[in-house]
Design a protein around this ligand. Structure first.
Ligand SMILES: N[C@@H](CCC(=O)N[C@@H](CS)C(=O)NCC(=O)O)C(=O)O
Length: 201
């Protein structure tokens, strides 16, 4: 059984969406961030970073959102959420999967905290270059691999939804339209409904 350590108001929503896209059974271990459950010794044994998401699959523990998404997409290939290891678009898939955490998120944080990281020092360069690169990657769409939806869209789409929601990402039409396409997916609607029920109950 797959187990997600989750809080509906955190980055673990990305993995939660992935699990809904995957269609495999899973269980949730709720983590109360306000109560500091992620800093308790038993949690730190599974992730010394004291952060969620964490995925448990039997004896296997995976942390870091893109790593969890690649792990799940590769382990359950029938869901078609990742190109095969030798497929021509595998490289593009991996590129976008890691572009979010390596470039989009730090560039967005630069903007949020009004910080100018020297571009040759920063692995992401400048926010403008990151957002222009992403804009180009989203054309012609509808997804990062063109017609094919993949776990890279779960990663980038969820991240953009989050950053747009906080107003730290420029609301370029290609970003807004892409997030709207993600929001319309049945898995996204189901994941959000499940989270709303958890928050209410
Ligand atoms: N690098 C991690 C980031 C995880 C992360 O920042 N999680 C936040 C929730 S959005 C967290 O657990 N924050 C609690 C804390 O740091 O106290 C990933 O990609 O999964």
């Amino acid at each position: 059984m797959l187990t997600l350590y989750h809080n509906p108001q955190s980055r673990s929503t990305t993995v939660h969406l992935m699990l809904h896209e995957l269609g495999e059974p899973f269980e949730i271990v709720p983590i109360d961030l306000k109560a500091g459950e992620h800093k308790l010794p038993e949690f730190l044994k599974i992730n010394p970073m004291g952060k969620i998401p964490v995925l448990r699959d039997g004896d296997v523990i995976v942390t870091e959102t893109p790593a969890i998404l690649v792990y799940l997409a590769d382990k359950y290939p029938k869901a078609g959420l990742a190109p095969a290891i030798d497929a021509p678009d595998r490289g593009t898939f991996l590129r976008w999967m890691f572009f979010y955490g390596s470039c989009v998120e730090p560039a967005s944080i630069d903007i949020a905290v009004k910080r100018e990281t020297p571009p040759t020092f920063a692995g992401w360069g400048t926010p403008e270059n990151v957002f222009d690169t992403l804009s180009a990657g989203l054309k012609p769409g509808p997804w990062l691999l063109g017609a094919r939806f993949s776990a890279a869209d779960v990663m980038v789409g969820s991240g953009l939804a989050y950053m747009l929601g906080f107003g730290v990402l420029p609301p370029r039409p290609e970003f807004v339209d892409y997030v709207a396409r993600l929001e319309a997916r049945p898995a996204r609607i189901a994941a959000k409904a499940a989270d709303a029920a958890r928050l209410a109950g």
